[in-house]
Design a protein around this ligand. Sequence first.
Ligand code: SAH
Ligand code: SF4
Length: 402
Amino acid sequence: MNKITVIDPNQFVALTTQKNDPAPKTNLLGMSKTKLMEFFKNLDEKPFRATQVMKWIYQFGVTDFFEMTNLSKKLQEKLTNIACVIPPAVKYKEFSEDGTRKWVFEVAGGSLVETVLIPADDNKQFGRKTLCISSQVGCALDCSFCSTGKQGFERNLTESEIIGQLFVANQSYMEGVPAVKRENRVTNVVMMGMGEPLLNYEPVVASMSLMLDDFGFGLSKRRVTLSTSGVVPKMYDLAKDIDVALAISLHAPNDKLRNELVPINKKYPLAELIKAAKAYVYDENPRHKKHVTIEYVMLKDVNDSDEHAHQLAVLLQDLPSKINLIPFNPFAHAPYERSSNNRIHAFSGILNNAGFVCTIRQTRGDDIDAACGQLVGQVADKTRRAKNWQQKIAQNDRLKQS
Ligand code: SAH
Ligand code: SF4
């Protein structure tokens, strides 16, 4: 497949400038509406400036205050001196002809995180585009089939690093378009990249609020999905704090097996997890959550027998849920294999017969699709990919120096 690869060093310049600046500027990207109002109040400006600036940033992808034409010249100058709008630096990006786009961001401290955009199969200009966002660098939970888990936990991402992934993805469609004619193209967000979103709770919820906000990205609440491996207490908080779609990474129908695959199960076993999921669906506030999505990775001869499917049907019988079977994506030294297609279909058949809506996630074979660590299924050999990126990045650095 042909790929267009662009390495964009411009944002590093912005970051470097900021680093050397004697009075560091406030990054407005990712700041909540309330905090932004406070920010303008402190400048003796009217609070509505906050929503004006939010629209420029999130709906038109504008980072230069002088392009925000409904602000006075004086305010534009003031903001330029004290504030900035800076997403995380794009270290590497890859746009494929089938519409899939992938970014590797270098976040403060030098760690790399990845974000992948996957269009609907028809790849129409204004069709569905799902962005898979990371919430942490690495992950502490160490699920046995997940390569992010194998990296260990490095740190939480900040609001601007989380929302910045969506900002950059939308901006990538705006090049050359005059500011007021720009439109966001990402229609769906899944918090299914690196990390466990509920273990970075406040920044993740604040970022999702900006995704839903009419002055932010204005996404529909059904099109923003948080995926969790089952951090039970935080699921109750989530139900109170924000209305988004919930996906649960279940992967096993009994505690014995789940303890092995998803170790956080030892802390929050299945009975507690299912109870929290029910509470999320039947929230006291009638917020019309209709179901949760159950994710179930298909591991050959581990969790894919008829017996497992029957157990799963019993476990989920009172929980309004849709089941999504994810063919396992192997990575270097992974101790598992992917279940055969026949096995996956037989498994899904049992669940369909038991009355469940059960889908099988498509995995497309090429590199870039594989790139969304978790959305398209975990990546084929993340270790190898990381090495490949490092080589490409080093090559680019050499080119810049010569
Ligand atoms: N930490 C969160 C969100 C990120 S993982 C969670 O676990 O839900 C996103 C999804 O990808 C999860 O369902 C996860 O179990 C799945 N996943 C991880 N590794 C995988 C692999 N090797 N193959 C297929 N799916 C995988
Ligand atoms: Fe973390 Fe999710 Fe991977 Fe488990 S599956 S290690 S929770 S990112």
